[in-house]
Design a protein around this ligand. Structure first.
Ligand code: SAH
Ligand code: SF4
Ligand code: F3S
Length: 441
């Protein structure tokens, strides 16, 4: 039995693709191993959203070349594979096959070709119509949590972003397929599902089969209600695109207990001038209006975000606007990134005029502002009871269990292994920088 080691970089879409690839490999008689050294095949699922992410591919292949006496079969899939295609064979020595983002269903095919003696196998073709979206229980990152893709690709073309090029245009899955998938996961024992996509709230299926049964102002809020009606314990979704974030989504959350208290809504910048140059399609005021409604909602919905510092042309005044926006919004968490020019994107043609030193300073300063605001904001959980899905024994202490709350916080608490897979009420006793600590109530 050939052993495959699968390394995954990048976002939830890559994690989800890797899970499906692992499922199809296992079904074809391969063994998935967590030990790279003894694997016959090393498969790297790549990300190209920032230069650093792309560099991870080069480092990983280099390490394999230097550390192994017998070179394994090396395959590259994901966003770098899609963008670079066959040029990867020239750029990095030691790669045997390249599989694009739409060809993930044919990884086994590519491996078979390599074993048949074909050199430099590449498949950047389109996805089959009857593509299998299911993931075997054993190949998921958790038996209790499952990613369910609802929309693939991106049509937004924010000027800094490579994703529309690496993932192609938006394609929504039929609602009936999604609902069937969730029902099946529920039957298998999954407690929490994440509806995933680059922009979940741009969901727009070709046929709305069965969706007319559900009210909602947009196809996405109808889908949320349809998925809520499956009775699965918890539903989360990400990422949301601010321009398409209809207030009805908040109504759907308020109406359905199983829609969780968490929205990830990347603001990117607090300056209208920068947002315009980013082509985000929202102004800072329109963003504030949306989160005001979120804050006014009966449920305590946690808001998280992504922010880029040092976008071309970002002045000190623009950066001050971003700091103010962070203070106003009160994010429970923010992922902050230094702008990284991506060849092929419109922003690549703009002058990258904020120096690396300045980007670093703005990054540190914004992190400070966010941490300060976050520390204050998270105090509201102190003494509160939160529902946690117990996922595993903590890596820090064998007496502790780790899981996520409905507001998507990492929560540790003292408890026995028997709780794993259950929803547990935990009273929060301590706020740490990236997690909460509590006790079973
Ligand atoms: N679809 C989501 C997220 C896509 S990528 C959205 O629209 O928000 C995840 C995050 O990476 C983005 O939100 C952005 O903050 C960051 N990002 C994307 N391209 C980048 C670049 N060229 N440089 C730095 N950060 C980038
Ligand atoms: Fe990239 Fe913008 Fe699409 Fe998000 S919405 S994936 S940032 S182009
Ligand atoms: Fe990276 Fe591709 Fe996701 S570029 S962020 S893995 S869509």
């Amino acid at each position: 039995m050939k052993k495959v080691y699968l390394e995954t970089f990048g976002c939830q879409m890559n994690v989800s693709d890797s899970e499906r690839v692992a499922t199809s490999l296992a079904a074809s008689g391969f063994e998935i191993t967590s030990i790279q050294d003894s694997a016959d095949i090393v498969l790297i699922n790549t990300c190209s959203v920032r230069e650093k992410a792309e560099q991870k591919l080069y480092n990983t292949v280099g390490e394999i070349r230097n550390s192994r006496l017998v070179k394994p079969v090396v395959g590259v899939m994901g966003c770098v594979a899609q963008l670079e295609g066959e040029t990867l064979f020239k750029k990095i020595a030691g790669i045997d096959f390249v599989v694009g983002t739409r060809a993930v269903g044919r990884v086994v095919h590519a491996i078979e070709k390599v074993y048949d003696g074909v050199e430099q196998v590449s498949d950047l073709g389109e996805r089959e119509n009857d593509y299998d979206w299911s993931v075997n229980d054993a190949q998921r990152h958790s038996p209790y949590v499952a990613f369910v893709p609802i929309i693939e690709g991106c049509n937004k073309f924010c000027t800094y972003c490579i994703v529309p090029f690496s993932r192609g245009r938006e394609v929504s899955l039929p609602a009936s397929t999604i609902v069937r998938h969730v029902l099946e996961l529920r039957r298998q024992g999954a407690k929490e599902i994440h509806l995933i996509g680059q922009n979940v709230n741009s969901y727009r299926p070709k046929t709305d089969s069965g969706m007319e049964l559900f009210h909602g102002a947009t196809p996405f809020s109808r889908l949320l209600r349809a998925v809520a009606a499956t009775g699965i314990e918890r539903i989360k979704f990400n990422t949301s695109f601010p321009r398409d974030f209809h207030p009805d989504i908040i109504d759907a959350i308020n109406e359905n207990e199983n829609l969780c208290n968490w929205v990830h809504l990347p603001v990117q910048s607090g300056s209208d001038r920068v947002l315009k140059r980013m082509k985000r399609g929202h102004t800072i005021d329109s963003y504030f209006k949306k989160i005001d409604k979120l804050k006014d909602s009966a449920r305590d919905v946690a808001l998280t975000t992504d922010i880029i510092v040092g976008f071309p042309g970002e002045t000190e005044a623009d950066f001050e606007d971003t700091k103010r926006a962070v203070e106003y919004c009160g994010f429970d968490m923010a992922y902050i990134f230094k702008y990284s020019p991506r060849p092929g994107t419109p922003a690549f043609e703009m002058e990258d005029d904020v120096t690396l030193g300045e980007k670093k300073l703005r990054f540190i300063e914004l992190e400070r502002v966010q941490k300060e605001s976050q520390n204050k904001r998270l105090q509201r959980y102190l003494g509160k009871k939160v529902e946690v899905l117990a996922e595993r024994v903590s890596s820090r202490s064998a007496d502790d269990i780790t899981g996520h709350s409905t507001c998507h916080k990492l929560v540790n608490f003292q408890g026995s292994k028997d709780l794993i897979g259950k929803l547990v009420d935990v009273r929060i006793r301590e706020i740490k920088s990236n997690s909460l600590f509590g006790e079973v109530c």
